[in-house]
Design a protein around this ligand. Structure first.
Ligand code: NAI
Ligand code: MG
Length: 496
């Protein structure tokens, strides 16, 4: 077997080794005997060099006209389109999601790149009148400086793109520290940006582990804004770090997303949606459907048919076109899922499907887990309260719409929710009363589009929204301008 390819960091426009000279393996979770390359094991000195390069590059990038920045992003978007198939395959090899979904991930990066490229000719502010004569007022977006981006493994190219593109179009420079399980997709994105003509030092890429490379980035005084997606625990630590210097921070963390199925729902559609929401990306989405509240009038039928379909899903290597559910990202995540299945059993939820690791045939080489369904769950059980991040769905019987809402809102998270009903009154009440950042009607809890705000309420985040124009609000600061052409001192609130 050929030795694995060693990928370098990208700092100040150069591909460089880490200061330690050490590298780490990027495993294929479907087949651990295969490596998707080796990456630099970076530490605080690599991060410091990257932040220094980004600080240098900021002086001219902030003055580059936004439409020119946009032209570079348009070129990057076209290159990504050409490379979509290659990048999707690389993603499946490093992360496991089925090829079709990996294509979707790259497509999301493409969409975000074109969307933000277009913002280069907008970046609108406001102009307004003054309360004083011969005076004009306006507000404009200004860049912040160096942004530190820390990303998870479940959307290895989409999430880096969600953060890099709005940061760049606003005139910031960036240092990205991708997840240690999936550095290749972020590498492919950064390399494409370089080839599209992003100037040296504007985008820097530092691979490595959270405590070694992520923490120093969050701590660095010259990284003025930090954008993080990942676990609540790490998010909390980063928030504490950033509080010390009042650094701008956006956090996108967990979910415990619910699908509500009312007695008047189209059950075929609801079952189809629940399968996709719960087991798409092997349940490893922050928006995954992990709770399904079903009205008692249709509960038995829903449970029976949903379980049958879940049992029939084909689990395997995502590169095999017949596979519907890929592997779990790594061994520790697999253990977490096993633990939660144990917890569900102890809580006397009824295990209706799955519940175990799969090791038959080729599956022995990877981290596979059977699509799992718990039935007759109580909304207060830990499996109905805590994020599992795997192919586990809990069915909760409910007797009314009001009870469904109460169950839905009875968790600490508030990312996504969904309702299946043909009753317009219930649909509108749900849209108003579900306390989540995203609500779907007659569709599962997953499926965000890049031109709409993305994020959650309560402990899912800290109030910011990614994607859409709302992302620009995080990656820019409002600057307010007063222009007095009266040739005399005019005092607001006094001389009116
Ligand atoms: P994690 O939060 O440990 O990792 C996310 C990123 O943060 C990675 O780039 C990691 O290297 C970095 N990081 C880790 N420790 C850090 C530190 N002390 N300072 C700065 N950066 C640090 O998430 P992990 O371990 O990959 O997954 C654990 C759980 O997190 C999952 O089971 C799931 O519940 C949740 N998660 C949520 C995601 C979401 O989309 N909201 C995505 C991935 C994970
Ligand atoms: Mg990997």
């Amino acid at each position: 077997m050929a030795p694995p390819k060693i990928y370098k960091n990208f700092v100040g426009g150069e591909w460089v080794e880490s200061a330690s000279g050490e590298a780490f393996d990027n495993l294929n979770p479907a087949n651990c005997s295969e490596l998707a390359g080796q990456f630099q094991k970076s530490n605080s000195s690599d991060v410091a060099a990257a932040v220094a390069a980004a600080t240098d590059a900021y002086h001219s990038w902030r003055l580059t006209p936004p439409p020119k920045r946009g032209e570079i992003l348009f070129r990057a978007g076209r290159l990504l389109m050409e490379r979509k198939e290659v990048f999707a395959e690389a993603m499946t090899r490093e992360m496991g999601k089925v090829l079709d979904e990996a294509r979707g991930d790259v497509q999301e990066a493409i969409d975000m790149t074109f969307y933000m490229a277009g913002e280069g000719r907008r970046l609108f502010g406001q102009t307004t009148t003054s309360e004083l004569p011969d005076k004009s007022c306006m507000s404009v977006r200004s860049p912040i400086g160096v942004c530190g981006l820390i990303t998870p493994w479940n959307f290895p190219m989409a999430i880096p793109a969600w953060k890099i593109m709005p940061a760049l179009i606003c005139g910031n420079t960036v240092v990205i520290k991708p997840a240690e399980d999936t550095p290749l997709s972020a590498y492919n994105l950064v390399k494409t940006l370089d080839e599209a003509g992003v100037p040296r030092g504007v985008v820097n890429f530092v691979a490595g582990f959270g405590p070694d490379a992520g923490a120093p980035l969050a701590e660095h005084s010259a990284a003025r804004a930090i954008s993080f997606t990942g676990s609540s625990e790490v998010g909390r630590t980063i928030a504490q770090t950033c509080a010390g210097s009042f650094k701008h921070l956006t956090l996108e963390m967990g979910g415990k997303n619910i699908m509500i199925v009312m007695e008047d729902a189209n059950l075929d559609l609801a079952i189809e949606g629940a399968l996709w929401g719960a087991f798409g990306t092997t349940g490893q989405r922050c928006t995954a459907t992990s709770r399904i509240a079903v009205h008692k009038a249709v509960y038995a039928e829903f449970a029976k048919r949903f379980v049958e379909r879940a049992r029939g899903l084909r689990v395997g290597d995502g590169l095999d076109p017949k596979t519907q559910v890929g592997p779990i990202i790594n061994e520790s995540q697999l253990k977490t899922i096993e633990q939660y299945v144990g917890i569900g059993r102890e809580e006397s939820a009824k295990l209706l499907a799955g519940g175990e690791r799969l090791t038959g045939g080729n599956l022995a080489k990877g981290f596979f887990f059977a699509p799992t369904v718990f039935g007759d769950c109580d909304a207060k059980m830990r499996i109905c309260q805590e994020e599992i991040f795997g192919p586990v769905a809990s069915l909760i019987p409910v007797s009314s719409f009001d009870q469904a809402l109460e169950v839905a809102n009875g968790v600490v998270y508030g990312l996504s929710s969904s309702i299946y009903t043909r009753d317009v009154n219930k649909a509108f009440r749900a849209m108003r009363d579900l306390d989540t950042g995203i609500v779907y009607v007659n569709a599962p809890t997953i499926g965000a589009e890049t031109h709409l705000p993305f994020g959650g309420t309560k402990q899912t985040g800290n109030g910011h929204r990614e994607a859409a124009v709302t992302a620009l609000d995080f990656y820019s600061e409002w600057k307010t301008l007063y222009i007095d052409y009266s040739d005399k001192l005019q005092r607001a609130q006094i001389d009116t």
